[in-house]
Design a protein around this ligand. Structure first.
Ligand SMILES: Nc1ncnc2c1ncn2[C@@H]1O[C@H](COP(=O)(O)OP(=O)(O)OP(=O)(O)O)[C@@H](O)[C@H]1O
Ligand SMILES: [Mg+2]
Length: 412
Protein backbone atom coordinates (compact mmCIF):
# COMPACT_ATOMS: atom_id res chain seq x y z
CA UNK A 1 0.00 0.00 0.00
CA UNK A 2 1.03 3.60 -0.41
CA UNK A 3 4.18 4.04 1.73
CA UNK A 4 3.52 7.78 1.93
CA UNK A 5 0.35 7.08 3.89
CA UNK A 6 2.06 4.54 6.18
CA UNK A 7 1.02 5.72 9.65
CA UNK A 8 3.37 3.64 11.84
CA UNK A 9 6.31 5.20 13.64
CA UNK A 10 9.09 2.90 14.87
CA UNK A 11 11.83 4.98 16.49
CA UNK A 12 13.08 6.20 19.84
CA UNK A 13 10.64 8.70 21.31
CA UNK A 14 8.60 8.75 18.07
CA UNK A 15 5.03 9.69 18.80
CA UNK A 16 2.88 6.70 17.84
CA UNK A 17 -0.15 7.28 15.61
CA UNK A 18 -2.23 5.82 18.46
CA UNK A 19 -1.12 5.77 22.07
CA UNK A 20 -2.67 2.44 22.99
CA UNK A 21 -3.12 0.87 26.41
CA UNK A 22 -1.97 3.77 28.58
CA UNK A 23 -5.34 5.08 29.71
CA UNK A 24 -4.75 4.24 33.34
CA UNK A 25 -1.46 6.14 33.54
CA UNK A 26 -3.03 9.21 31.89
CA UNK A 27 -5.99 9.16 34.29
CA UNK A 28 -3.76 8.79 37.33
CA UNK A 29 -1.62 11.72 36.24
CA UNK A 30 -4.66 13.95 35.69
CA UNK A 31 -5.68 13.35 39.29
CA UNK A 32 -2.13 13.99 40.52
CA UNK A 33 -2.03 17.35 38.72
CA UNK A 34 -5.41 18.41 40.02
CA UNK A 35 -4.64 17.43 43.59
CA UNK A 36 -1.25 19.09 43.67
CA UNK A 37 -2.56 22.32 42.19
CA UNK A 38 -5.08 22.34 45.09
CA UNK A 39 -2.34 21.80 47.66
CA UNK A 40 -3.35 18.23 48.43
CA UNK A 41 -0.71 15.64 49.29
CA UNK A 42 0.09 13.42 46.33
CA UNK A 43 2.95 11.24 45.16
CA UNK A 44 4.60 11.87 41.87
CA UNK A 45 4.96 9.22 39.16
CA UNK A 46 8.00 7.21 38.16
CA UNK A 47 7.60 5.21 34.96
CA UNK A 48 9.82 2.15 34.67
CA UNK A 49 10.24 -0.44 31.96
CA UNK A 50 12.40 -2.11 29.37
CA UNK A 51 13.78 -0.41 26.26
CA UNK A 52 11.19 0.41 23.64
CA UNK A 53 8.06 -0.01 25.79
CA UNK A 54 7.11 3.62 25.36
CA UNK A 55 8.41 5.42 28.44
CA UNK A 56 9.63 8.50 26.56
CA UNK A 57 6.46 8.75 24.52
CA UNK A 58 4.35 8.48 27.67
CA UNK A 59 6.47 11.04 29.50
CA UNK A 60 5.97 13.46 26.60
CA UNK A 61 2.23 12.82 26.69
CA UNK A 62 2.11 13.52 30.44
CA UNK A 63 3.96 16.72 29.76
CA UNK A 64 1.31 17.76 27.23
CA UNK A 65 -1.33 16.96 29.85
CA UNK A 66 0.41 19.32 32.30
CA UNK A 67 0.69 22.04 29.65
CA UNK A 68 -3.03 21.70 28.91
CA UNK A 69 -3.68 22.43 32.56
CA UNK A 70 -1.52 25.54 32.21
CA UNK A 71 1.30 24.15 34.28
CA UNK A 72 4.86 25.23 33.62
CA UNK A 73 6.93 22.30 32.36
CA UNK A 74 10.50 21.41 31.53
CA UNK A 75 12.23 18.20 30.51
CA UNK A 76 15.67 16.69 30.96
CA UNK A 77 17.31 13.60 29.55
CA UNK A 78 19.83 12.47 32.15
CA UNK A 79 23.25 11.21 31.05
CA UNK A 80 25.79 9.25 33.04
CA UNK A 81 28.51 11.43 34.59
CA UNK A 82 26.63 14.66 33.99
CA UNK A 83 25.69 17.01 36.81
CA UNK A 84 22.01 17.89 37.06
CA UNK A 85 22.60 21.53 37.86
CA UNK A 86 22.60 22.99 34.39
CA UNK A 87 19.93 20.78 32.84
CA UNK A 88 17.64 21.47 35.82
CA UNK A 89 18.27 25.20 35.49
CA UNK A 90 17.46 25.13 31.78
CA UNK A 91 14.30 23.08 32.34
CA UNK A 92 13.00 25.34 35.13
CA UNK A 93 13.83 28.38 33.05
CA UNK A 94 11.57 27.02 30.35
CA UNK A 95 8.83 26.13 32.85
CA UNK A 96 8.78 29.61 34.36
CA UNK A 97 8.84 31.23 30.94
CA UNK A 98 5.62 29.37 30.19
CA UNK A 99 4.03 30.80 33.33
CA UNK A 100 5.38 34.35 33.05
CA UNK A 101 2.79 35.80 30.62
CA UNK A 102 0.03 34.93 33.10
CA UNK A 103 1.84 36.33 36.10
CA UNK A 104 0.82 39.79 37.26
CA UNK A 105 4.06 40.72 39.01
CA UNK A 106 6.99 40.73 36.58
CA UNK A 107 9.39 41.58 39.41
CA UNK A 108 8.56 38.24 41.09
CA UNK A 109 9.55 36.46 37.90
CA UNK A 110 12.77 38.46 37.67
CA UNK A 111 13.60 37.71 41.30
CA UNK A 112 13.19 34.01 40.60
CA UNK A 113 15.32 34.23 37.47
CA UNK A 114 18.07 35.87 39.51
CA UNK A 115 18.05 32.90 41.91
CA UNK A 116 17.94 30.50 38.98
CA UNK A 117 20.98 32.13 37.42
CA UNK A 118 22.93 31.96 40.65
CA UNK A 119 21.99 28.29 40.99
CA UNK A 120 23.09 27.55 37.43
CA UNK A 121 26.40 29.34 37.71
CA UNK A 122 27.31 27.69 40.95
CA UNK A 123 29.05 24.48 40.11
CA UNK A 124 30.15 21.98 42.73
CA UNK A 125 32.86 23.40 44.99
CA UNK A 126 36.02 23.36 42.86
CA UNK A 127 37.94 21.67 45.68
CA UNK A 128 41.52 22.23 46.74
CA UNK A 129 41.87 25.60 45.08
CA UNK A 130 41.50 24.24 41.57
CA UNK A 131 41.14 26.98 38.96
CA UNK A 132 37.64 27.21 37.51
CA UNK A 133 37.49 25.28 34.28
CA UNK A 134 36.29 26.86 31.10
CA UNK A 135 33.00 24.95 31.24
CA UNK A 136 32.31 26.39 34.70
CA UNK A 137 32.04 29.83 33.19
CA UNK A 138 28.96 28.79 31.25
CA UNK A 139 26.31 31.51 31.03
CA UNK A 140 22.65 30.57 31.11
CA UNK A 141 20.62 32.79 28.75
CA UNK A 142 18.97 34.71 31.58
CA UNK A 143 18.78 38.50 31.24
CA UNK A 144 18.75 39.44 34.91
CA UNK A 145 21.71 39.72 37.28
CA UNK A 146 22.36 36.67 39.44
CA UNK A 147 20.98 37.01 42.97
CA UNK A 148 23.00 35.84 45.92
CA UNK A 149 22.31 33.98 49.12
CA UNK A 150 19.74 31.57 47.78
CA UNK A 151 20.20 28.25 45.91
CA UNK A 152 23.87 29.08 45.45
CA UNK A 153 25.55 27.32 48.39
CA UNK A 154 27.19 24.74 46.15
CA UNK A 155 25.52 21.94 48.12
CA UNK A 156 23.13 20.51 45.54
CA UNK A 157 20.66 19.26 48.14
CA UNK A 158 20.24 22.64 49.84
CA UNK A 159 20.22 24.46 46.53
CA UNK A 160 17.59 22.26 44.91
CA UNK A 161 15.22 22.62 47.87
CA UNK A 162 15.51 26.41 47.71
CA UNK A 163 15.23 26.59 43.95
CA UNK A 164 12.22 24.25 43.80
CA UNK A 165 10.49 26.13 46.62
CA UNK A 166 10.89 29.44 44.79
CA UNK A 167 9.80 27.98 41.46
CA UNK A 168 6.73 26.46 43.10
CA UNK A 169 5.87 29.83 44.65
CA UNK A 170 5.80 31.44 41.20
CA UNK A 171 3.43 28.70 39.99
CA UNK A 172 1.23 29.10 43.09
CA UNK A 173 0.79 32.76 42.20
CA UNK A 174 -0.92 31.76 38.96
CA UNK A 175 -2.85 28.89 40.55
CA UNK A 176 -1.07 26.01 38.82
CA UNK A 177 2.18 24.12 39.33
CA UNK A 178 5.47 23.11 37.79
CA UNK A 179 6.29 19.66 36.48
CA UNK A 180 9.87 18.65 35.81
CA UNK A 181 10.21 15.58 33.61
CA UNK A 182 13.38 13.48 33.80
CA UNK A 183 13.94 10.78 31.19
CA UNK A 184 16.62 8.07 31.60
CA UNK A 185 16.49 8.89 35.30
CA UNK A 186 18.53 5.81 36.26
CA UNK A 187 21.55 7.70 34.85
CA UNK A 188 21.36 10.57 37.37
CA UNK A 189 24.42 10.39 39.64
CA UNK A 190 24.02 9.26 43.28
CA UNK A 191 24.54 12.69 44.83
CA UNK A 192 22.03 14.33 42.50
CA UNK A 193 19.47 11.53 42.97
CA UNK A 194 19.74 11.96 46.68
CA UNK A 195 19.26 15.73 46.37
CA UNK A 196 16.26 15.29 44.07
CA UNK A 197 14.58 12.93 46.53
CA UNK A 198 15.25 15.30 49.40
CA UNK A 199 13.86 18.24 47.47
CA UNK A 200 10.71 16.33 46.46
CA UNK A 201 10.27 15.21 50.05
CA UNK A 202 10.58 18.74 51.36
CA UNK A 203 8.20 20.17 48.78
CA UNK A 204 5.55 17.56 49.39
CA UNK A 205 5.68 18.35 53.11
CA UNK A 206 4.99 22.03 52.59
CA UNK A 207 2.40 21.28 49.88
CA UNK A 208 4.29 23.25 47.24
CA UNK A 209 3.09 22.60 43.69
CA UNK A 210 6.20 21.23 42.03
CA UNK A 211 6.61 17.62 40.99
CA UNK A 212 9.34 15.57 39.41
CA UNK A 213 8.07 12.94 36.98
CA UNK A 214 10.67 10.37 36.02
CA UNK A 215 11.14 7.56 33.53
CA UNK A 216 13.82 4.92 33.51
CA UNK A 217 14.89 1.32 33.29
CA UNK A 218 13.41 -1.31 35.63
CA UNK A 219 16.08 -0.79 38.27
CA UNK A 220 15.19 2.89 38.76
CA UNK A 221 13.36 2.14 42.06
CA UNK A 222 16.54 0.50 43.36
CA UNK A 223 18.61 3.52 42.32
CA UNK A 224 16.26 5.86 44.17
CA UNK A 225 15.96 3.80 47.32
CA UNK A 226 19.72 3.39 47.51
CA UNK A 227 19.86 7.20 47.69
CA UNK A 228 17.00 7.74 50.17
CA UNK A 229 15.17 4.91 51.84
CA UNK A 230 11.95 6.95 51.97
CA UNK A 231 11.87 7.26 48.16
CA UNK A 232 9.57 4.22 48.01
CA UNK A 233 6.91 6.25 49.77
CA UNK A 234 7.70 9.43 47.86
CA UNK A 235 6.93 8.18 44.37
CA UNK A 236 4.30 6.05 42.76
CA UNK A 237 6.07 3.55 40.51
CA UNK A 238 4.25 2.55 37.38
CA UNK A 239 5.63 -0.34 35.43
CA UNK A 240 5.23 0.36 31.71
CA UNK A 241 4.97 -2.99 30.03
CA UNK A 242 4.26 -4.53 26.70
CA UNK A 243 0.76 -4.02 25.33
CA UNK A 244 -1.86 -6.67 25.88
CA UNK A 245 -3.56 -8.15 22.87
CA UNK A 246 -6.42 -5.66 22.81
CA UNK A 247 -4.12 -2.65 23.09
CA UNK A 248 -1.68 -4.00 20.49
CA UNK A 249 -4.54 -4.54 18.03
CA UNK A 250 -5.75 -1.04 18.71
CA UNK A 251 -2.26 0.38 18.11
CA UNK A 252 -2.35 -1.23 14.65
CA UNK A 253 -6.01 -0.93 13.69
CA UNK A 254 -6.94 2.58 14.82
CA UNK A 255 -4.38 4.37 12.59
CA UNK A 256 -5.15 2.00 9.68
CA UNK A 257 -8.84 2.66 9.96
CA UNK A 258 -8.22 6.36 9.50
CA UNK A 259 -6.65 5.42 6.14
CA UNK A 260 -9.54 3.04 5.40
CA UNK A 261 -7.37 -0.05 5.77
CA UNK A 262 -8.36 -3.20 7.65
CA UNK A 263 -6.61 -6.28 9.00
CA UNK A 264 -7.76 -9.87 8.80
CA UNK A 265 -7.93 -11.52 12.21
CA UNK A 266 -5.16 -13.97 11.29
CA UNK A 267 -2.88 -11.09 10.34
CA UNK A 268 -3.37 -9.57 13.80
CA UNK A 269 -2.71 -12.96 15.42
CA UNK A 270 0.59 -13.28 13.62
CA UNK A 271 1.59 -9.66 14.28
CA UNK A 272 1.06 -10.15 17.99
CA UNK A 273 3.03 -13.36 17.96
CA UNK A 274 5.95 -11.56 16.31
CA UNK A 275 5.85 -8.33 18.31
CA UNK A 276 5.07 -9.90 21.67
CA UNK A 277 3.13 -6.67 22.23
CA UNK A 278 6.31 -4.61 22.66
CA UNK A 279 5.40 -1.17 21.32
CA UNK A 280 8.60 -0.68 19.32
CA UNK A 281 8.07 -4.04 17.63
CA UNK A 282 4.38 -3.34 17.03
CA UNK A 283 5.38 -0.22 15.10
CA UNK A 284 8.22 -1.95 13.24
CA UNK A 285 6.16 -4.94 12.05
CA UNK A 286 3.18 -2.70 11.36
CA UNK A 287 5.26 -0.43 9.18
CA UNK A 288 6.90 -3.21 7.12
CA UNK A 289 3.58 -5.02 6.71
CA UNK A 290 1.87 -1.90 5.42
CA UNK A 291 4.56 -1.36 2.81
CA UNK A 292 4.37 -4.97 1.57
CA UNK A 293 0.62 -5.51 1.63
CA UNK A 294 -0.84 -4.94 -1.84
CA UNK A 295 -4.32 -3.99 -0.59
CA UNK A 296 -6.79 -3.92 2.29
CA UNK A 297 -7.55 -6.13 4.12
CA UNK A 298 -4.05 -7.03 5.26
CA UNK A 299 -3.56 -10.81 5.45
CA UNK A 300 -1.33 -13.15 7.46
CA UNK A 301 0.53 -13.88 4.23
CA UNK A 302 1.36 -10.17 3.94
CA UNK A 303 2.77 -10.22 7.47
CA UNK A 304 4.88 -13.29 6.65
CA UNK A 305 6.35 -11.64 3.58
CA UNK A 306 7.10 -8.41 5.44
CA UNK A 307 8.51 -9.89 8.65
CA UNK A 308 12.11 -10.40 7.44
CA UNK A 309 12.33 -6.75 6.48
CA UNK A 310 11.03 -5.65 9.89
CA UNK A 311 13.53 -7.98 11.55
CA UNK A 312 16.38 -6.66 9.42
CA UNK A 313 15.51 -3.11 10.39
CA UNK A 314 15.25 -3.99 14.07
CA UNK A 315 18.61 -5.77 13.87
CA UNK A 316 20.22 -2.54 12.72
CA UNK A 317 18.20 0.20 14.41
CA UNK A 318 17.07 -1.35 17.66
CA UNK A 319 19.50 -4.15 18.53
CA UNK A 320 22.63 -3.46 16.49
CA UNK A 321 23.07 0.15 17.55
CA UNK A 322 23.15 -1.02 21.17
CA UNK A 323 25.27 -4.10 20.60
CA UNK A 324 27.93 -1.95 18.96
CA UNK A 325 28.39 0.00 22.16
CA UNK A 326 29.74 -3.11 23.92
CA UNK A 327 33.40 -4.12 23.98
CA UNK A 328 34.42 -7.68 23.02
CA UNK A 329 34.53 -8.74 26.69
CA UNK A 330 31.08 -7.26 27.29
CA UNK A 331 29.74 -9.03 24.21
CA UNK A 332 31.06 -12.32 25.49
CA UNK A 333 29.29 -11.67 28.78
CA UNK A 334 26.00 -10.95 27.04
CA UNK A 335 26.32 -14.02 24.82
CA UNK A 336 26.65 -16.16 27.92
CA UNK A 337 23.54 -14.47 29.31
CA UNK A 338 21.67 -15.15 26.09
CA UNK A 339 22.55 -18.84 26.13
CA UNK A 340 21.67 -19.26 29.80
CA UNK A 341 18.35 -17.44 29.54
CA UNK A 342 17.35 -19.81 26.76
CA UNK A 343 18.00 -22.85 28.94
CA UNK A 344 16.13 -21.29 31.85
CA UNK A 345 13.16 -20.46 29.69
CA UNK A 346 12.88 -23.93 28.25
CA UNK A 347 13.17 -25.59 31.63
CA UNK A 348 10.38 -23.54 33.15
CA UNK A 349 8.33 -23.80 29.96
CA UNK A 350 7.56 -20.09 30.33
CA UNK A 351 5.16 -18.69 27.77
CA UNK A 352 6.40 -15.20 28.46
CA UNK A 353 9.41 -14.51 26.34
CA UNK A 354 12.20 -16.57 27.85
CA UNK A 355 14.86 -14.31 26.37
CA UNK A 356 13.98 -11.64 28.89
CA UNK A 357 14.47 -13.79 32.00
CA UNK A 358 16.96 -12.81 34.68
CA UNK A 359 20.14 -14.91 34.87
CA UNK A 360 22.22 -15.53 38.02
CA UNK A 361 25.65 -13.89 37.67
CA UNK A 362 27.26 -16.95 39.30
CA UNK A 363 26.05 -19.08 36.39
CA UNK A 364 27.46 -16.65 33.86
CA UNK A 365 30.84 -16.95 35.54
CA UNK A 366 30.57 -20.74 35.52
CA UNK A 367 29.59 -20.80 31.84
CA UNK A 368 32.57 -18.63 30.96
CA UNK A 369 34.92 -20.56 33.25
CA UNK A 370 35.83 -17.42 35.17
CA UNK A 371 35.79 -16.17 38.73
CA UNK A 372 32.68 -14.04 39.39
CA UNK A 373 34.79 -11.10 40.64
CA UNK A 374 36.76 -10.99 37.40
CA UNK A 375 33.52 -10.37 35.50
CA UNK A 376 32.35 -7.46 37.63
CA UNK A 377 33.94 -4.80 35.39
CA UNK A 378 32.09 -6.12 32.32
CA UNK A 379 28.84 -6.36 34.25
CA UNK A 380 29.15 -2.87 35.72
CA UNK A 381 30.05 -1.37 32.33
CA UNK A 382 27.03 -3.03 30.71
CA UNK A 383 24.77 -1.66 33.46
CA UNK A 384 26.22 1.80 32.96
CA UNK A 385 25.65 1.54 29.22
CA UNK A 386 22.03 0.63 29.94
CA UNK A 387 22.24 -2.75 28.19
CA UNK A 388 21.56 -4.91 31.24
CA UNK A 389 20.17 -4.26 34.71
CA UNK A 390 20.15 -6.01 37.99
CA UNK A 391 16.59 -6.26 39.29
CA UNK A 392 17.31 -8.78 42.00
CA UNK A 393 20.57 -9.24 43.83
CA UNK A 394 22.89 -11.66 42.10
CA UNK A 395 21.03 -11.69 38.80
CA UNK A 396 21.13 -9.68 35.60
CA UNK A 397 18.69 -9.29 32.71
CA UNK A 398 18.68 -7.52 29.37
CA UNK A 399 17.07 -4.09 29.26
CA UNK A 400 16.30 -4.67 25.59
CA UNK A 401 13.39 -7.03 24.93
CA UNK A 402 14.26 -10.06 22.77
CA UNK A 403 17.94 -9.16 22.95
CA UNK A 404 18.91 -12.76 23.78
CA UNK A 405 17.30 -14.02 20.59
CA UNK A 406 19.05 -11.35 18.57
CA UNK A 407 22.45 -12.22 20.08
CA UNK A 408 22.05 -15.87 19.23
CA UNK A 409 21.67 -14.97 15.55
CA UNK A 410 24.91 -12.99 15.59
CA UNK A 411 28.14 -14.69 14.52
CA UNK A 412 30.59 -14.92 17.41
N1 LIG B 1 1.27 3.12 23.83
C1 LIG B 1 1.84 2.92 22.63
N2 LIG B 1 1.12 2.44 21.59
C2 LIG B 1 1.70 2.25 20.40
N3 LIG B 1 2.99 2.50 20.13
C3 LIG B 1 3.75 2.98 21.11
C4 LIG B 1 3.23 3.20 22.41
N4 LIG B 1 4.21 3.67 23.20
C5 LIG B 1 5.31 3.73 22.43
N5 LIG B 1 5.06 3.33 21.18
C6 LIG B 1 6.07 3.23 20.10
O1 LIG B 1 7.14 2.46 20.62
C7 LIG B 1 8.39 2.99 20.22
C8 LIG B 1 9.28 3.22 21.44
O2 LIG B 1 8.79 4.24 22.26
P1 LIG B 1 9.75 5.04 23.28
O3 LIG B 1 10.93 5.57 22.57
O4 LIG B 1 8.89 5.97 24.04
O5 LIG B 1 10.22 3.85 24.24
P2 LIG B 1 11.17 3.96 25.53
O6 LIG B 1 10.56 3.09 26.56
O7 LIG B 1 11.42 5.37 25.87
O8 LIG B 1 12.50 3.27 25.00
P3 LIG B 1 14.03 3.52 25.50
O9 LIG B 1 14.15 2.83 26.82
O10 LIG B 1 14.85 2.85 24.45
O11 LIG B 1 14.25 4.98 25.58
C9 LIG B 1 8.09 4.22 19.39
O12 LIG B 1 8.19 3.87 18.03
C10 LIG B 1 6.66 4.57 19.74
O13 LIG B 1 6.00 5.15 18.65
MG1 LIG C 1 13.16 6.49 26.02
Amino acid sequence: MDPVRNPYAPGAGQRPPELAGRGRELDVFDIVLERIARGRPERSLMLTGLRGVGKTVLLNTLRSQAINRLWGTGKIEARPDQSLRRPVAAALHMAVRELAPRHRAPDRIDAFLGVLKAFAQRSAPAGRGAAPKLRDRWQPGIDVPAASGRADSGDIEIDLVELFTDAAAVASDVGTGIALFIDEMQDVGPEDVSALCAACHELSQIGAPLIVVGAGLPHLPAVLSAAKSYSERLFRYQRIDRLDRIAADQALCAPAEREEVEYEQKALDLLYEKSGGYPYFVQAYGKATWDHAPRSPVTAADVRVAAPEAEAELAVGFFGSRFERATPAEREYMRAMATLSLVEGEASGAVRDDMDAAVPTAEIARALGRKPASLSPARDALIKKGLIYSGERGTVAFTVPHFGRYLRTQPA
